[in-house]
Ligand binder design. Sequence first.
Ligand SMILES: C[S@@+](CC[C@H](N)C(=O)[O-])C[C@H]1O[C@@H](n2cnc3c(N)ncnc32)[C@H](O)[C@@H]1O
Length: 320
Amino acid sequence: MPNVLDTVDPRTVQREAFLRDVLAGLAKPRKTLPSRWLYDDAGCELFEQITQLAEYYPTRTEISILREHVDEMSSFCGPGAVVLEYGAGAAIKTQILLAALRTPGAYVPIDIAGAFLLTTAERLRRRFPQLLVWPVTADFTAAFEIPRGVPQQRRVVFFPGSTIGNLDAAEAQQFLRQARRHAGKGGAALIGFDLRKSLEVLLPAYDDALGVTAAFDLNLLARINRELGGNFDLDGFRHEARWNESESAVEMHLVSLRTQRARIDEQRFAFAAGETIHTESSRKYELADFGVIAAHAGWRMTRQWQDEQGHFAVVGLEVN
Ligand SMILES: C[S@@+](CC[C@H](N)C(=O)[O-])C[C@H]1O[C@@H](n2cnc3c(N)ncnc32)[C@H](O)[C@@H]1O
């Protein structure tokens, strides 16, 4: 099976997939856009700014867990591990892990944001000159292969950032199954995910006082205008973070401020005042529930690390 986004010019494939998702998502009775499209170059830069915000506890909490337990995580990964990272972004946390690993065999960062990924790969090559760094541009919610040339020794899936929380239950199952296939026999995984907590902590993390998260969310409409020739009026929408109890998720929405229309690729979409476009869900797990989900996908949860407040967890999984 080819790496879907690697075989043809990735920009053409991505544009077509983006257009398809946008037209389908906006045609639904409850308008929605897949969160993976939040991450073009501008979106990746804005996300990095979000990770620095006082309200955004997940990044600093996960980094503190990694720093405190990295020696145990390194032993868990073992010597010569090949690290496959899904949704690598700027790979800030990865550097903590790679620096602690004994003679890592290779680092394979995977991301849908191809240009940003190449910059990350270059930075990692400079930081770890002995390390084979092999970036793969792919959508990890679709089927794709790890390049054949990547060494076959023990593979460790690294999936920090609670990016798994952006997937719904079916997508998370599918993701974990594919990751297990990529890891292969004897493989392992380190996965970081956010835990349920009070809404006073949760909601500001997705609606900060400086408005960086709002800019990140609205960039999706700007991206549609830039790449798909849309004509969204960005001043006609505002960002909102909502808690959805039945999904155990914080949702990001773009709320239409008035009755309006937008055009994309000759299709017109009408918005009522107050109508929203759902742009992202960030699911919050219970630790034990995650073990059950992982078990359904063929993984055994054998290790778990948390911060003192119980805000965030990193778990070690092994292939059954
Ligand atoms: C929440 S950020 C996390 C970045 C980094 N791993 C961290 O922990 O800070 C999500 C990253 O996953 C990437 N991403 C989101 N959905 C994706 C998908 N379906 N396929 C591949 N990459 C995806 C984004 O481009 C972005 O770099």
